[in-house]
Design a protein around this ligand. Structure first.
Ligand code: NAD
Length: 297
């Protein structure tokens, strides 16, 4: 049986996203370098495929959720790539976070072959991927957006058409640069309060109702024990890794250089997450940057 949707990249985000498409009634074949991830999708209703690439070539929609630009370019482009092998009319949706120029390059190559391709990166983390409440920021044509929307709605709650090709990635890069900066600022403020004898819960609650309020303070507090559901209270496990934040800040700084923009805070944030990653924290949630700011004992 051939699937409606071929979903490539069943990692922390891709697997629950693909599972939500299955729950919505689509037949979905999953593909990943890690066989155990494909098995997990099959266990939860995904289609079993003997030949992964053949399944991709038969699908009506191909969705990718891969780590970075190089993975996306290599899987779509070239003689063995998706674009050279899919059937006419296949809709292509890349949900990975990659460089806007890389998204435009792959979409232009798709258009040259007559395919509609959208960049549709997401916000909302693994919790949002599981709950089907992701925010999608989509770049591409109006028609393409209309075709992709029914699928995106099964994985997300807020679906925005940001503009032409690459716009989804531009919004994502801007958002994550701000998020990375805010997490460091929130951590500094809480550390300062603690150093003055404040209870971080009380401090966070008051700041959440004051002008310093922001998502990292209210929903994803970096101080262990303040918020039961936040990664900080679970040993900084799961969530959004330091190395992924580092990647996104790298995209922001690269893009700023290419467009002549000034991002002094974004550059500083990138350097701080880089130092944090090199200290061995790359796999922890990015809110663990709070630990970097601990007072010397
Ligand atoms: P992940 O590393 O958990 O998953 C990526 C998956 O892609 C892995 O399972 C890997 O085996 C697979 N893969 C790599 N190359 C492949 C190939 N050639 N063929 C098939 N599979 C391949 O990463 P993730 O956390 O799921 O993130 C995916 C993307 O979503 C990234 O671009 C990330 O920046 C973005 N993102 C992540 C989060 C988050 O909270 N984790 C939030 C928003 C956006």
């Amino acid at each position: 049986m051939s699937a409606d949707i071929a979903f490539i990249g069943l990692g922390n985000m891709g697997l629950p996203m693909a599972q939500n498409l299955v729950k919505a009634g689509y037949s979905v074949s999953g593909h990943d370098l890690v066989k155990a991830s494909v098995d997990k999708l099959v266990e939860t209703g995904g289609v079993t495929e003997a030949d992964a690439m053949a399944a991709v070539t038969k699908a009506k929609v191909v969705i990718t959720m891969l780590p970075a630009s190089k993975h996306v370019e290599s899987i779509y482009l070239g003689d063995k790539g998706i674009l050279a092998n899919i059937k006419p009319g296949t809709l292509l949706i890349d949900c990975s976070t990659i460089a806007p120029e890389s998204a435009r390059k792959v979409a232009a190559a798709a258009l040259e072959k007559g395919f509609t391709m959208l960049d549709a990166p997401v916000s909302g983390g693994t919790g949002g991927a599981t709950a089907g409440t992701l925010t999608f920021m989509v770049g591409g044509t109006d028609d393409g957006f209309g075709l992709a929307r029914p699928y995106l709605e099964k994985m997300g709650k807020a679906i925005y058409h940001a503009g032409g090709s690459g716009s989804g990635q531009t919004v994502k890069v801007c958002n994550n640069m701000l998020l990375g900066i805010l997490m460091i600022g929130t951590s500094e403020a809480i550390r300062l309060g603690i150093a003055n004898g404040m209870d971080p819960k009380v401090l966070s609650e008051v700041m959440s109702k004051s002008s310093g309020r922001n998502w990292t303070l209210e929903v994803y507090n970096p101080c262990p024990g303040v918020m039961e559901t936040a990664p900080a209270s679970k040993g900084y496990a799961g969530g959004f890794g330091v190395d992924l934040m580092l990647k996104d800040l790298g995209l922001a700084v690269e893009n700023a250089l290419a467009t002549g923009s000034s991002v002094p805070m974004g550059s500083l944030a990138r350097n701080l997450y880089d130092i944090h990653s090199k200290s061995g924290a790359g796999g922890l949630d990015f809110s663990s940057v709070f630990n970097m700011l601990a007072k010397a004992k």
